[in-house]
Ligand binder design. Structure first.
Ligand code: GLA
Length: 334
């Protein structure tokens, strides 16, 4: 057995396993500089491709920021994940309402088609995969679909239509359904059920995205393993699309942690270590692992679920130094 340990970056170490990515915005490129290019082989624009950002008004597309990130990735030889075409959050009002009334199903589908065609076509030779729909599955144990305005207007049809529209615009792109908490068996079963149905109906779906917003106590690596085992039966690509590991448990709304203790940092390291071990075990089915950010100085968890509460979920610390978790994922025995 030899220890894999190298001073070369994360994505180099994983070059024969799967591409490692990060979610970035424009400001992060300057702030992190070579940390990004040395460690990541793929980028996901953090918000710039989301509906409201790129298409805020009916006849107004704002491509500048997304173009900038896409050009940055291409000029650095990185892959680009498109995130996301349809999500119930960050939707502009004009899509759902006209003259203060909800639009008809026909009009909604027409707008979705125009949007998807325009955005996917623009990047068709650059963005290799898309999260076509994000978080469409319900957390309520009695229902399959999340009850959103989109669902109320168009029923489940908007989901399969979105895949067809994206496929028409970029037949070579890999199209994903993205969701969270697949490590919870009831949610995993629902993801499985929906993807299986889409597949058997001939819908052009090629992958399942698992977000991977974890915390140092949850989930157990067996639960991640079980989810990957079950979902690999569908014979599609699987990607981990938004991984981070909070220091706080899901239900914890306290603001107790001023600075993470050594014990927390160690537990986070162990969590990353075990989780990546499971990912490596499924390397034949996993075609990418993306972290939701780069360093602890900037994370969405500083605003969620408690606004203004600092968190430390990533592989680099606030001073942009490698954390023990970084060492764990880049150094393992085989
Ligand atoms: C969800 C979305 C992402 C991102 C994260 C956190 O998981 O899919 O686009 O917004 O929340 O910010």
């Amino acid at each position: 057995m030899s220890m894999i340990n190298s001073n070369r970056g994360l994505s180099f170490i994983y070059r024969d396993i799967f591409p490692i990515g990060t979610a970035i915005n424009e400001g992060m490129i300057e702030r992190y500089g070579r940390i990004i290019t040395d460690n990541f082989a793929s980028i996901t624009p953090e918000n710039e491709l989301k509906f409201h950002n790129i298409h805020p008004r009916k006849y107004d597309y704002q491509f500048d920021k997304a173009d900038y990130l896409v050009d940055y990735a291409i000029s650095n030889g990185m892959k680009i994940r498109g995130h996301t075409l349809i999500w119930h959050e960050r939707l502009p009002d004009w899509l759902i309402y006209e003259n203060e009334k909800r639009v008809s199903k026909e009009l909604l589908l027409k707008s979705l088609k125009e949007h998807i065609h325009k955005v996917v076509d623009r990047y068709k030779d650059k963005i290799y995969c898309w999260d076509v729909v994000n978080e469409v599955i319900s957390d309520d144990e009695h229902t399959l679909f999340r009850d959103t305005a989109l669902y109320q207007i168009a029923g489940e049809e908007f989901i399969e239509k979105a895949f067809y529209y994206a496929h028409e615009a970029a037949p070579k792109s890999k199209l994903f359904l993205n969701d969270y908490n697949a490590c919870i068996p009831s949610k995993c079963d629902k993801i499985y059920k929906l993807v299986k149905k889409l597949k058997s109906d001939g819908v052009p779906i090629h992958g399942i995205g698992l977000q991977g917003h974890y915390n140092i106590n949850f989930p157990a690596s067996e639960a991640i393993d079980n989810a990957l085992k079950k979902l690999s039966e569908l014979e599609l690509d699987i990607q981990i699309t938004e991984m981070d590991v909070s220091m706080y448990g899901y239900e914890n709304r306290s603001t107790d942690i001023v600075c993470p203790s050594n014990n927390m940092i160690e537990r986070q390291k162990i969590f990353y270590d075990r989780t990546f071990e499971v990912y490596r075990k499924y390397k034949n089915v996993i075609s990418g692992v993306t972290l939701w950010g780069v360093a602890d100085d900037y994370t969405w968890l500083d605003e969620f679920p408690v606004y203004g509460r600092k968190d430390w979920p990533l592989l680099f610390d606030e001073k942009l130094q490698k954390k023990p978790a970084y060492e764990a994922v880049t150094c393992w025995e085989r």
